[in-house]
Design a protein around this ligand. Structure first.
Ligand code: ATP
Length: 462
């Protein structure tokens, strides 16, 4: 039975991801490793396509943003300067019955009580005490919890801290990619031909000791971020903040995400240095949750790094010889969350009985495979050879898949499930007329098209 909004949509997506090689639980043959996931053959294609779309939108379609790839390991001083060593924490509680460790702010939120990860330990415990009767352990249902304690999210390593002025401090796996951008801001300024306003974009792994990591790839302990920091003159913050809000909203529409599944969430409880903060939320199967944060951060970051490093990070504006510490507008998105949003948005069940199908209506630009090529029959060498010929022509421009296994209907279903927008079938007529049947994923319409016209057709449609 087709049902697009059933409450078990999440289970269906997780199962499709495993079955069709999008996402696997980490270390599965060793009984798994919590809150870490691996991307399979179609998953890595989709994730790469998301990253390419983001990278192009930042560094290719505009002239004022340049790329960076900074290392995961950095001086521990950076995490002190950024405030992560002291303040990057979530409030943790433990269920006294089943000993599950849980995030107190999430428990309160689920019980309909406003709480924020940025509240102090005392503040959140006070709210917790006032609302104890409303809160149940999601695992065992008990209502007996330890008081909330701040739990630092930075992941420590034992990387060779033998000598140097950080010998007593641990090296961390970075908790966010943007610190690598702040500390390279001067290098970029001195080497790339950029002038304020300009941005630095980076895609890379980040690591957090997340307490509760449920909800599949939505919250993981190792994940990828796509972050852009835009350096501006202090009095221009409002203008650029609004421009970036608009640009980032449009990015998701360009990925093919339905606008009704997106909404803005304004942060009421701003950290002291922030001027403005909004999240773009997506309507995941478990409700509207953060997809990306867009923050006006003032000059906090450069100011901190300037203080802790002792280096002058001010900017001399050649247009009027003024000197200032740039302000920053940040856009920060997760690859995994975008991946899950794209799948949730695209997942459809259609038809009944024999005609039932699961189809991922992913935009052609993101689809892991763009074109599938089939010989009608696999035991007819002349059809197989012709289909291979078609495949060999198209493969240089588009990710194609060759499939000669099973009846055509089954092959269509397999491609529908992974979101392939076009299937081409080579039959006996093809040998005579040098054409193929082109089948469209969404409309399921079929038309004959000359092999010589395929490249033109796909250039237009993909
Ligand atoms: P949340 O409130 O959901 O914990 P956050 O506000 O801590 O998220 P940021 O620090 O602003 O998130 O990180 C920017 C982006 O990085 C998020 O919008 C999200 O897309 C992604 N992200 C953050 N933490 C995780 C995680 N544990 N797993 C997957 N993606 C993450």
């Amino acid at each position: 039975m087709a049902s697009n909004n059933s409450e078990n949509k999440m289970e269906k997506i997780v199962s499709l991801c495993k079955r069709r090689g999008f996402v696997f639980p980490s270390s599965e043959i060793y009984n798994g490793f919590p809150a870490v996931y691996d991307y399979g053959s179609y998953g890595v294609e989709l994730a790469n396509n998301i990253k390419i779309a983001w990278w192009k939108s930042m560094t290719q379609y505009r002239q004022d943003v340049v790329g960076l790839d900074s290392a995961i390991f950095m001086s521990p001083k950076i995490w002190e300067a950024s405030g992560h060593v002291k303040g990057f924490s979530d409030p943790l509680t433990e269920c006294r019955k089943c000993h599950s460790r849980l995030r107190l702010d999430s428990l309160l939120e689920e019980a309909g009580v406003f709480a924020d990860e940025k509240m102090s330990e005392e503040e959140i415990n006070e709210i917790f005490n006032q609302n104890k009767d409303k809160i149940k352990c999601p695992n065992c249902g008990a209502q007996d919890f330890t008081p909330g304690k701040s739990f630092n999210l930075l992941v420590k390593s034992n990387l060779g801290n033998f000598t140097g002025d950080w010998s007593k401090e641990p090296a961390y796996l970075r908790g966010e990619t943007c610190q690598g951008i702040y500390v390279n801001y001067k290098n970029v300024l001195d080497s790339a031909r950029v002038k304020i306003p300009f941005g630095i974009a980076q895609i890379g792994k980040a690591f957090r000791n997340e307490i509760t990591a449920r909800q599949f790839i939505f919250r993981t302990r190792e994940f990828e971020q796509m972050e852009m920091q835009y350096f501006i003159k202090p009095d221009t913050q409002e203008k650029y903040y609004n421009e970036w809000k608009e640009a980032r909203w449009k990015f998701y529409l360009d990925l093919g995400i339905k606008e009704e599944n997106l909404k803005w969430h304004k942060h009421e409880n701003l950290v002291f240095y922030a001027k403005e903060a909004y999240d773009i939320e997506y309507n995941f199967p478990f409700g509207f949750k953060e997809l990306e944060g867009i923050h006006a951060r003032g000059n906090y970051d450069l100011n901190q790094h300037s203080k802790f490093s002792g280096k002058d990070l001010t900017y001399l504006d050649p247009s009027d010889n003024s000197r200032f510490l740039p302000n920053i507008v940040e856009t920060s998105a997760g690859v995994g969350r975008t991946f899950l949003a794209v799948l949730s948005d695209a997942y459809c069940e259609e038809g009944e009985g024999e005609n039932f199908r699961v189809v991922l209506k992913i935009s052609a630009k993101l689809a892991p495979v763009k074109i599938a090529v089939f010989p009608l029959l696999k035991n007819k060498p002349e059809l197989v050879a012709k289909a291979k010929e078609v495949f060999d022509v198209l493969k240089f421009d588009w990710k194609c898949e060759f499939d000669d296994n099973g009846n055509i209907g089954k092959r269509y279903r397999r491609q529908d499930e992974i979101g392939t927008p076009y299937c081409l079938t080579v039959d006996f007529e093809s040998l005579e007329n040098n054409d193929v049947t082109l089948r469209d994923r969404d409309s399921m319409k079929q038309e004959r098209i000359k092999i010589d016209d395929l490249a033109e057709y796909f250039k237009k449609n993909i």
